[in-house]
Design a protein around this ligand. Structure first.
Ligand code: NAD
Ligand code: MN
Length: 496
């Protein structure tokens, strides 16, 4: 056992032994091919789980459907469902340290991020969504139907839960992104089957246990483990799934959309970003640098909304890059459980190799590459990288790297910079840094992204819709938009 792992609480150690496989109808399912779940700071196994296959996926969907069909959850009063979800939030909060440690050990991230974001944001998010349970609404409509003569009408719309929801989530915020899907679906009255990424199944298994403890009827929220190609594909194509909600890569998102349309399931896709930060000449440099470090290096850049290409006015460019370089040089590397560590490992060797290869290719293309703090050779670390004087046409400035790489591109003219900001297939998020209210008002509507921040980056809130433009996806998470997206709208027309 690594030191990192030994730092975990007894509750966490006990859970790693108990979590043997998929969690279906309230039970762990240990049958099937086993897989070691890895601590990315050491490469050592944390737990061994059984992966599901097509048969287990079908069983999980059937049991999720049974829970919807017998109405054990959706027919509870809205107030009763709200209370259950609020109890769920309370229990996630009470078990917050345990969940944060599980996330840190399995995903690699800093324990501070796990506590503040993965757990802290999630608790607020669950409570926010719980409130919508009692606030879903349709509307009455003034119809003008004239026949049969003398007949009067009352017409209205009714919001009803869609049915079985399949949620497929990635490995960067395994529990938090799962909750972004599971909780609004439950608030709407749906039943959910969730597939985590193969690398990071542990925290959502603990969540599923906690949901049962909170009083969510068994079978309403099931977790099926396994590969994307077997379990993920089956969930997306399953005829009894009414909605597929996915976060991950654009390539897989497209496949999921096609599979869903085959059986007219609803789908929502939260895909990647190559998110720009646009720093105008009048920006507060200090704030912009801090914003770049936070927006670009949070979770080692493994964030779909991370800032990764920085268009900085030429008059600020050199100092901006120097300050970033100074900051990354001074960072301390170590496993996520080490409270001093700022540079923590990436999720997997595959992701580490992918990020390092992007940096190597940028170097080959002549980019000015500055590598920050030294990192341990064992574990999947990548030292943060600042690339200065980059060209907008370079691969490193165009493709989603999903790692701690900040690529800075100087510009002279705002219109030229705006054209570069919008010259991307992706459009998840962007930030604008300026002290000019007029520039902010002028530019925000013209930036092609689902979220535009001004003088801040990667600050999310449960109330504010989040979702991409262009190839970054379809549909919105957060806000009432998210809950409504798990409902079907029925029109009722009554003659009397
Ligand atoms: P991915 O899209 O392959 O995986 C995301 C989820 O989809 C996982 O649960 C995976 O098991 C599942 N999946 C994989 N193939 C599937 C299929 N054919 N059908 C159904 N489900 C399937 O992402 P990845 O390979 O883990 O990461 C690759 C890249 O994706 C990253 O480098 C990054 O650029 C991007 N990414 C984006 C986000 C985001 O938050 N938008 C998160 C993770 C990764
Ligand atoms: Mn739709």
């Amino acid at each position: 056992m690594s030191d990192n792992q030994a730092a975990a609480s007894e509750a966490v150690q006990a859970f790693f032994k108990r979590a043997t496989g998929s969690f279906i109808n309230g039970d762990f399912r240990a049958e099937g091919n086993s897989r070691d779940i890895i601590d990315p700071s050491s490469g050592e196994p944390l737990a061994t789980i059984a992966e599901g296959n097509k048969e287990l996926t079908d069983e999980a969907v059937a049991l999720t459907k049974a829970s919807f069909d017998d109405r054990r959850w959706r027919d509870l009063s809205p107030a009763a469902r709200e209370r259950t979800l609020l109890r769920f939030a309370d229990l996630v909060e009470q078990h917050g340290e345990e969940l944060a440690q599980i996330e840190t050990l399995n995903q690699g991230k800093s324990i501070h991020i796990a506590r503040a974001v993965d757990v802290g944001f999630s608790v607020d998010f669950i409570r926010y969504m719980a409130g919508w349970t009692t606030k879903l609404e349709g509307s009455t409509r003034e119809v003008s139907i004239g026949m049969p003569e003398g007949t009067r009408f009352n017409a209205y719309t009714l919001r009803q839960p869609l049915g079985v929801v399949a949620a497929i989530v990635p490995w960067n915020f395994p529990m938090m992104i799962a909750l972004w899907k599971v909780v609004p679906a439950l608030a709407a009255g749906c039943s959910v089957v969730l597939k985590p990424a193969s690398e990071t199944p542990l925290s959502v298994l603990r969540l599923a246990e906690i949901a049962v403890e909170a009083g969510l009827p068994k079978g309403v929220f099931n977790v099926v483990l396994g590969s994307g190609s077997v379990v993920g594909t089956r969930l997306a194509e399953h005829p009894d799934v009414q909605k597929v909600t996915f976060t991950g890569s654009t390539a897989i998102g497209k496949q999921i959309g096609h599979a869903a349309v085959e059986h007219m399931a609803h789908f929502s896709l939260e895909l990647g970003g190559k998110n720009p930060m646009l720093v105008l000449e009048d920006a507060d440099l200090e704030k912009a640098v801090n914003g770049a470090l936070m927006g670009g290096l949070l979770n080692q850049g493994q964030v779909c909304a991370a800032a990764s290409r920085f268009y900085v006015h030429r008059s600020l460019h050199d100092e901006f890059c120097q300050r970033l370089a100074g900051a990354v040089d001074g960072m301390q590397a170590g496993p996520g459980m080490d409270p001093q560590a700022q540079v923590t490992p990436l999720v997997s060797q595959r992701q580490q190799q992918s990020v390092l290869a992007y940096v190597e290719r940028a170097r080959d293309q002549g980019a000015e590459v500055h590598v920050g703090a030294e990192v341990p050779s064992q574990g999947y670390y990548v030292s943060p990288v600042v690339i200065s004087n980059a060209a907008h046409t370079m691969e490193i400035a165009r493709e989603e790297v999903f790692g701690p790489v900040l690529t800075v591109i100087p510009f002279d003219d705002v219109e030229e910079a705006l054209a570069m900001v919008n010259d991307s297939e992706l459009g998840l998020a962007a930030s604008l840094w300026t002290d000019s209210l007029a520039q902010a008002m002028h530019l925000t509507p013209r930036i092609e992204a689902g979220t535009v921040w001004v003088n801040t980056h990667v600050t999310l809130d449960a109330s504010l819709p989040f979702g991409g433009f262009k190839m970054s996806g379809l549909g919105k998470e957060f806000g009432p938009e998210a809950v409504n997206a798990y409902t079907e709208l029925k029109s009722v027309c009554i003659a009397y």
